[in-house]
Design a protein around this ligand. Sequence first.
Ligand code: FES
Length: 313
Amino acid sequence: MSDDGRTGTGPLPVAALDDPHLAPYAKRPQAVAAVAAVSMAVGIVGVIGFGVSYWVGNQTQWQAATLGVGLLGLGFGVAAWGKYLMPQGPFVEERHASHSTEEERSAMTAAIVERGGMVVKRRKVLGGLFALGSAVFGVVAAFPLIRSLGPKPGRTLFATNWRRGSSVVTVDGRRVRPSDLEVGGVLTVFPGGHEGNSPDQTILIRLEQLAPGQGELVLQSPGRSDWTVQGIVGYSKMCTHLGCPVGLYQEQTTELVCPCHQSVFNVRAGAVPEFGPAPRPLPQLPLAVDADGYLVAAGGYDQAVGPGFWERP
Ligand code: FES
């Protein structure tokens, strides 16, 4: 039996609807609901702003400010909702039947109709905003994981900046003539405008020139007979094992050696690996000379440079 003498099966008195424990704590619930909604909306905008700021790489101050606004807005809105709009209680569970009788339900329905609504309302707008804010926060929280994977490589794994007609320049941008290389000399070059770009680095090697009729200067692969200029051959400098720069040239044996794991490439035979873990030859760059006597590329590399990767054909 409860304090008012009602048993578990008795009708619910209409006066129970006026129970101050069921009333929201706020004196003006609608105003508080509006403030909570605005706060959550501001929070959502803040979280979105943080996501955009993080994605485009803004300064950390912007990221901190937008994240702060987002968390504060959402937190304040939820706190206001929970503290001021929920029934203030306290509630004590009475020992009575856990289900209402028909008479109790009828009395409650009549009372609700009489009062024009319930004391405790479902606040769909606030619930929706809270769900939206949680969803946006969840998506934005995944940004660091996505960005930690680094920028997308795009086609850079397949193609370099070498094109037909690209000028051959040193790392400081100086154009190269065939006469700049003595027999046995090597030079690291790049396509003009991309000096220092690692995937483009190419090593030029000048082999001894043989007199006409003494055979091929370089035992090229089929179709590469005109890829050299005055004994100068160009190969990608990125090792096909793990990408180290292949810069050690042994003139006596005309071999290129990778310093990382000692792969040895036969310069005369299309830079095929003769020793070590490198699985493929160094790609060869076709060379030509322009009207002014400078070296240019007669085309780009015909295959991806550097180590193998998962999508390499
Ligand atoms: S990176 Fe060249 S041999 Fe390993």
